[in-house]
Ligand binder design. Sequence first.
Ligand SMILES: Cc1cc2nc3c(=O)[nH]c(=O)nc-3n(C[C@H](O)[C@H](O)[C@H](O)COP(=O)(O)O)c2cc1C
Length: 477
Amino acid sequence: MASLTIRKLDEAVKVYLRLRSAKNGRSVEEEVRVILGDLIQGRPLSPAALSQVIPPSGAPSRAPRRAADAREQARVTLIIGGGIAAYKALDLIRRLKERHIHVRCVLTRAAQQFVTPLSASALSNERCYTDLFDPASEFDAGHIRLARDCDLIVVAPATADLMAKMAQGHADDLASAILLAANRPILLAPAMNPLMWNNPATRRNAAQLERDGVAMIGPNAGEMAEANEAGVGRMAEPTEIAAAAERLLRPPQPRPLAGKRILITAGPTHEPIDPVRYIANRSSGKQGFAIAAAAQAAGADVILVSGPVDLDDPSGVTVKHVESARDMLQQVEASLPADIAIFAAAVADWRVANAGEQKLKKTGSGMPPLQLVENPDILATISKLGEKRPPLVIGFAAETEHLIDNARAKLARKGCDWIVANDVSPATGVMGGDRNTVHLLTRDGADINVDSWPVMTKEQVATELVARIASTVEKVS
Ligand SMILES: Cc1cc2nc3c(=O)[nH]c(=O)nc-3n(C[C@H](O)[C@H](O)[C@H](O)COP(=O)(O)O)c2cc1C
């Protein structure tokens, strides 16, 4: 029977095997066995899965470093040290997972006197690592991978011994080798007897580690495991450590619009012809939804009044779904007062005055005549409100010709403060597309300033617009 040396495999194949085995919580050898078994039973590898990790030939093969942002699952390597608080590290695994943080555990030799690798694996749903000289994980320098293939390293409990080794740069076991090889942030949760914590050696080590940029949570004051002993040395609670880890993984974003209420409209309106037919336009709602999401991320309290669209409601935003222009105006008025109103919806200018109460039927006398009447002008109505007028009213001008001239005229006619003008002629692909080229018209006394932005995604336009709003609001308040 032939044997396979994984070390000699092509680098890209090793990357694939490593990622796949880590994902499935198996050793690389086990993963190879599963793959071979699948192939023998006629279950081929998906080419899409392979192409994600195997670059085209000639391209450098390097496992991608994933950023820890809100959209992806952040990854923590949790080093459990040999202290009495090690049992709490098992709860910490659960608290991290609750926060959608993927956990991979490393146990020191001493930690295994307090908790078992099996418990840590079962709770993390991952293989647990204990040995620096483990042929199964060290064929490709697994300690370096454990140090780098994560977004944060948490040490809990961080023993006096581990802190001393870190401060001195020791690397004689898996935990200390990972910590020395790390290029990711490190969070320590020290736990030890108060005499150990207050010992000048530990004080020196803690100070050195802080100078080295290592973050710490705790220790807290309280009762010790040892009878009749109290003082500073208790490990921070798992919930505190998980919260500190999350702050490092997902630092709070600036919230320049905190406390501001922003009303946004988006999408088309549907104007009924009869109960089953309507007049609509090509607006997708993407731009208004992107603005709502950006304003929410900037800390605003956002109300989004949306016509019929095929988009998910942005999270953290209050969404009111409407059909027609008149419904939209009603919901907009009901949502006031607001500090800022942004009218990005493509509201139908006209509706059918003689909409059928029943489905219109074909008759021998030809097409039924549709009589159109003007819809309420939501932007003008809100811009001209007295007391309830939002201090900053922004309209959108979607034009197919004479863009800037039409937008200038609209700014004056409607009485709003800013206009975001965009060319929606079919060749631009803006209607329904993902990109937008806009011009921001703002009043400057009697003058109108025109700021032309380069082509951007609708999300970038939203971020830029929200940044402009934030700086204006800051200047005014
Ligand atoms: C019962 C018991 C409890 C211990 N608790 C702690 C502790 O809470 N904190 C600490 O720093 N060391 C504690 N130690 C000492 C460590 O286990 C010892 O320093 C060990 O070498 C640490 O190894 P590690 O840092 O590789 O995990 C304890 C030892 C025993 C026997």
